[in-house]
Design a protein. Structure first.
Ligand code: GLV
Ligand code: MN
Ligand code: MN
Length: 412
């Protein structure tokens, strides 16, 4: 039975982990940054070494093709992939696993005598982590990018997408040209670490994803009044930070209380202005994120949080402004892809379980244009988006072999 080479897979994962490596472990390799662009150049070299054709689209997505020079409707492709960008202070597997395992699968097939009837390709999607825009590259590829929004897309520190892409040699305004022709992708399957603890706790090697959460991010800006922090009586202060803190706590309780069990929420970015210990904060900004697999629940929670922000601000005599940053759609995974993954698991003697993904993934954009699905392997301790994110090497090998045999089934 055809199998991946774990030594080659491991060598490549560890080689990729050097781009943006942090002294204490883990990586910071944000999309379009110098380490990311060095990793892109390295990846193109590895794809060529594996005997694949390569191309990079106007959204910066990198492709390696087996049996095709580009995506076209003449020969609909079976696509796999993930991303090589990371969050700040992230781990070495989130995204990297799906790209490198996809490359290894195509390398193993090319070296074998197996000639699948359909062409195969692996993609590394740009800015999956959404520094400048959630799931940017796959959104462009799937024709979901709002061209009018590109000029104003920016990171939370204000760095504009057009500037970041420009520094990396791309023209952001051309990104919508990455949209693939309808019907050019026959199916998509992505291997990823679970990033949670459900598989490990259940003692199961493989998760078959049945749906992926939607993620909404909103910038919540409280406008108070800056004042002297020593001389202004406490009862006269209109402290924007205290309103933001009050909102963060109450929004957490609202989402947990009204979300129906699966909804989660996070405030991962806080800016206080002007940011001096002797000035009452005149402005405080939060980036508030919410997730749920049910679009109706997400919509309802977003409305309730908007009302909450108004109430919190009014109670403190200040104002609040909500600016939507991104909203990805929850997506069901295709039964055909789930069945192919389960058949691959059965052929390899591996137990599996269906589960929903609590993390966002490019597969949810692909679900809008083709049959899309995902394979999860256990994450050690459920840890992810942190420097000690890891999975066992034998778990990685099992996941890559499930990906290989799923691709072969989908391409049959
Ligand atoms: C992707 O990593 C996410 O934030 O879910
Ligand atoms: Mn990821
Ligand atoms: Mn991630």
């Amino acid at each position: 039975m055809l199998a991946v080479s774990l030594p080659r897979l491991k060598d490549r994962l560890l080689a990729l982990a050097r781009f943006g490596a942090l002294p204490g472990g883990g990586v910071t390799r944000m999309c379009w940054s110098p380490p990311h662009e060095q990793a892109r150049a390295w990846l193109l070299g590895e794809l060529k070494t594996a005997g694949l054709t390569t191309w990079v689209d106007p959204a910066g997505n990198v492709f390696g093709g087996l049996g095709l020079p580009r995506v076209s409707i003449d020969a609909p492709v079976i696509l796999t992939g993930s991303h090589i960008d990371t969050v700040p202070e992230g781990g070495i597997l989130d995204g990297a696993l799906g790209v490198i395992a996809g490359l290894e699968c195509l390398h193993a097939i090319r070296e074998s005598t197996t000639r699948p009837p359909r062409p195969l390709a692996v993609a590394a999607w740009s800015d999956e982590e959404g520094r400048y825009g959630s799931l940017f590259g796959s959104r462009a590829f799937c024709g979901r990018l709002d061209a009018a929004a590109i000029a104003t897309m920016a990171a939370v520190d204000g760095d504009r997408l057009v500037d970041a892409m420009g520094r990396a040699g791309f023209d952001a305004r051309r990104a919508p040209e990455a949209a693939a022709p309808r019907g050019s992708v026959a199916a998509y399957v992505e291997l990823h670490i679970e990033q949670g603890a459900r598989l490990e706790e259940a003692g199961l090697p493989i998760g078959v994803v049945d749906s992926i959460v939607g993620v909404r991010r909103t910038r919540v800006v409280f406008h108070g009044q800056a004042d002297h922090a020593g001389t202004t009586p406490m009862e006269r202060r209109r402290d924007a930070f205290l309103a933001a803190a009050d909102y963060a706590l109450k929004a957490r309780d609202l989402v947990v209380g009204r979300g129906g069990g699966r909804a989660v929420t996070n405030v991962g970015v806080v800016h206080v202005h002007p940011g001096a210990s002797n000035i009452v904060p005149g402005r405080a900004e939060l980036v508030h994120e919410m997730r749920d697999p049910d679009p109706d629940v997400l919509e309802r929670l977003a409305r309730d949080c908007e009302a909450l922000a108004g109430e919190v601000a009014a109670a403190r005599g200040i104002t609040v402004e909500l600016r939507p940053l991104s909203a990805t759609l929850p997506a069901p995974c295709a039964p055909r892809v789930q069945a192919a993954i389960e058949a691959a698991c059965a052929s390899l003697g591996l137990a599996s379980q269906r589960l929903y993904s609590a993390a966002g993934h490019d597969a949810q954009n692909l679900a809008g244009v083709t049959d899309s699905g995902m394979i999860f392997i256990p994450s050690r301790g459920g840890r992810s988006h942190r420097v000690d994110e890891m999975s066992d090497w034998d778990a990685i090998e099992r996941g890559a072999n499930v990906l290989l045999h799923t691709l072969l089934r989908l391409a049959a």
